[in-house]
Design a protein around this ligand. Structure first.
Ligand code: SF4
Length: 93
C-alpha cells in the first residue's frame, strides 16, 4: 500500500531530478503496468523500462527516492516493485 507519509516535502529541490529522467517523454504504461498484465508481456515491458533506466542520468536519485518512499508500483531507478522488496529484505537482485 502506498503511503504519502513517506513522501518528501513538496519542494522543487526535492523533485527536480525528475526533469532529467530518460523516461520523461516515454509512454507511462512502459513503467506502470495495467491491472491485467501478466507473464511474458509484463517481463518484456519491465525489461524495456529497465533498459531505458540504464541510460538515465538520474538513475541513482530515482532509485534512492523509490527505496526511501517504499514506492509500491512501477519501475523506478531500474527496479521493479519485486526488486525493491527483495532489496529491502536484503536479497540480491
Ligand atoms: S531511472 Fe528510470 S524510472 Fe527513474 S527517471 Fe530514469 S528512466 Fe525514469
Amino acid at each position: 500500500m502506498a503511503s504519502i507519509k513517506r513522501l518528501p516535502r513538496p519542494l522543487l529541490s526535492t523533485y527536480e531530478w525528475q526533469i532529467e529522467g530518460a523516461c520523461r517523454s516515454t509512454d507511462p504504461e512502459e513503467f506502470f503496468p495495467g491491472d491485467a498484465e501478466r507473464g511474458n508481456k509484463r517481463l518484456n515491458r519491465e525489461q524495456r523500462a529497465k533498459a531505458l533506466c540504464a541510460t538515465c542520468p538520474v538513475l541513482q536519485q530515482c532509485f534512492d527516492h523509490a527505496m526511501a518512499v517504499q514506492e509500491p508500483y512501477g519501475v523506478w531507478g531500474g527496479t521493479t516493485p519485486e526488486d525493491r522488496e527483495a532489496l529491502r529484505r536484503g536479497v540480491a537482485v
